[in-house]
Design a protein around this ligand. Structure first.
Ligand code: C2E
Ligand code: MG
Ligand code: MG
Ligand code: MG
Length: 288
């Protein structure tokens, strides 16, 4: 009997693993088609200048508009895109769509796009991004690239040379999810960052948790000493916003200001605030 139940347990284990693998394979196949069909679309999350309260730009976040499954969030498909080498095409397609959408938004509005550390292994990455900027007519000076701190880069000289080419064009560099990765402080010296983004896990708990509050305070001071402006992500209520403003944190984003939303909704939001460069023609336009 013991032998039997053991075998059954294995059979069950195999089955659940097989199902998981099959689900992953379906996503992978789907993703391969979704990228050229532009089913991976940019959503835009407002970034606010905390000293003036004004909109300063948007973070571009990938969403998969799946025909049958609805909207899929990036944590589900970005890792698959990274493992299968599709992340490069996905990323450039997303940038192309975002730049085309944003080029006639108010010239003071910036875009922040996320790239995966694995993209910094492609010696042509800077040239590819610059090509998309040129083709879409979106100015490099309005672009910021966010790199999440993970493991240290396996080919640091190559990453540094790519980043150097991007910065020569006037593109800025932000260190994303600061404080969550391995050896955060070492990252700050590895690449010439222009901004630090404090991870939302610290921000969301800073009014209830003294350790989180202390960490946020320490990071803003670090930013001051290194002359690096700070963005706080995950601001969900006014109390947090006020604490951050008190600490001198320059920018913020989070559900307090709005959830990430589609190109069409973002256009509507900007039209209402008269932040479209061709705002005059917008009034007569039918619903998108
Ligand atoms: P991230 O770059 O740190 O982006 C911030 C994430 O926090 C977004 O999740 C955003 O929707 C969420 N968020 C923002 N404000 C709040 C808030 O107030 N409360 C809460 N609970 N969440 C908030 P999202 O869009 O699901 O993206 C998750 C991650 O996926 C991103 O984290 C980024 O690392 C990655 N990602 C998204 N788009 C891309 C992309 O185009 N390329 C790459 N390589 N990674 C991407
Ligand atoms: Mg980000
Ligand atoms: Mg990130
Ligand atoms: Mg982040």
């Amino acid at each position: 009997a013991a032998k039997n139940s053991g075998r059954n347990r294995f059979a069950w284990f195999d089955l659940s693993m097989e199902r998981e693998l099959q689900a992953r394979n379906e996503l992978e196949v789907g993703l391969r088609n979704a990228i050229p069909r532009q089913e991976i679309v940019p959503y835009f999350e407002q970034q606010i200048d905390l000293t003036t309260g004004r909109l300063s730009g948007f973070e571009v976040l990938a969403r998969w508009e799946h025909a049958t499954r609805g909207l899929i969030v990036p944590d589900t498909f970005i890792p698959i895109a990274e493992e299968t080498g599709m992340i490069a095409d996905l990323s450039l397609s997303l940038m192309r769509q975002a730049f085309l959408a944003a080029k006639d938004w108010d010239a003071a509005l910036s875009l922040s796009v996320n790239i995966s550390p694995s993209q910094l292994r492609d010696a042509w990455l800077a040239q590819k991004i610059i090509k998309v900027l040129t083709e879409t007519g979106f100015p490099a000076s309005r672009l910021e690239i966010e790199i999440t701190e993970t493991a240290l880069f396996d080919n640091l000289p190559l990453a540094q040379s790519i980043v150097g080419s991007l910065k020569n064009q006037g593109i800025r560099l932000a260190l994303d999810d600061f404080g969550t990765g391995y050896s955060s402080l070492a990252h700050l010296r590895a690449l010439p960052f222009d901004r630090i983004k404090i991870d939302k896990s610290f921000i969301m708990s800073m009014t209830e948790n003294t350790e989180s509050a202390a960490i946020v305070t320490a990071i803003t001071r670090l930013g001051d000493s290194l002359n690096l402006p700070i963005t706080a992500e995950g601001i969900e209520d006014i109390a947090v916003e006020e604490r951050l403003r008190g600490l001198g944190c320059g920018k913020g984003q989070g559900y307090l200001y709005g959830r990430p939303t589609s190109i069409a909704n973002t256009r509507r939001l900007l039209a209402e605030r008269r932040l479209l460069q061709n705002a005059a023609s917008e009034a007569g336009e039918p619903d998108e």
